[in-house]
Design a protein around this ligand. Structure first.
Ligand code: ZN
Length: 237
């Protein structure tokens, strides 16, 4: 059974700088289960200048995107974005970083030799590089920019955009799960609870300049680097 951690700032904070030379190599895979594209729809919600894409509850018979690592399974609930990136590789920042927030739903196979992830979320950090508008997921870019402008121009402090799908971006990110860094850390906003199993993908995705500009203009909070302390970062190649 998973037990909720106390929400105090401890020694397992995020984001961190990752140095390949200090990592410990593993072979365990992170993989995505089969899901229905229709279950990747949702809306961007804005609360007090904080913007998140929240997935709709999947309709009957539809499978939501879910990932598994060792015996831990987690379902995708929301996606948000930072520009520049919060995590760094060898002290280098990327243009943007997407956070795919998965809620841990089941802990199968209690005999698993590694036990379970002692956290309540799997967050996949996906770095993004900027490319020309024509090269990068044009339909996503268009819908994303349209939705962002709806929430940004809303008069209320809480607002919701038209629904759209993040299927293209997810497909791209999930195709890069083979190579990642894994460590245990915290949320990078709010109360910084240490409840996150982080998976930072080694290979960045590409996003269009206009999408990147929209993310920059949102001015989402980006937390400074935190000390690694005695943590070990695992690396899967
Ligand atoms: Zn984030």
């Amino acid at each position: 059974m998973h037990q909720a951690c106390a929400s105090i700032i401890g020694t397992h904070q995020s984001p961190i700088n990752i140095c390949e030379a200090d990592c410990f190599e593993i072979r365990d895979a992170l993989f995505v289960e089969a899901y229905d594209d229709e279950s990747t729809r949702g809306c961007i919600t804005g609360h007090d200048d904080h913007y998140t894409f929240e997935l709709d509850v999947p309709g009957e018979g539809l499978r939501a995107p879910a990932v598994q690592f060792r015996s831990t399974k987690a379902t995708l609930r929301s996606i948000h974005f930072h520009a520049l990136s919060e995590h760094q590789l060898e002290k280098q920042k990327f243009s943007a970083e997407f956070h795919l927030v998965h809620e841990i739903c089941s802990q199968a196979k209690p005999t698993d030799q590694y036990g379970q992830e002692p956290s309540s979320k799997i967050v996949i950090g996906v770095f993004a590089n900027e490319v020309d508008d024509k090269e990068a997921l044009p339909s996503l870019s268009l819908e994303f920019c349209k939705s962002i402008s709806i929430v940004k121009n809303a008069k209320e402090r809480s607002c919701v955009s038209d629904p759209f799908s993040f299927a293209d971006l997810l497909k791209d990110a999930y195709s890069k799960l083979e190579r990642f860094y894994h460590y245990r850390g915290s949320l990078t906003t709010g109360t910084h609870d240490e409840v996150v199993s982080w998976f930072v993908l080694k290979e960045p995705i590409s996003i269009s300049s206009s999408m990147l500009n929209e993310i920059k203009l949102l001015d989402q909070p980006t937390r400074e680097l935190q000390a690694i302390n005695r943590r070990i970062v695992l690396s899967k190649d």
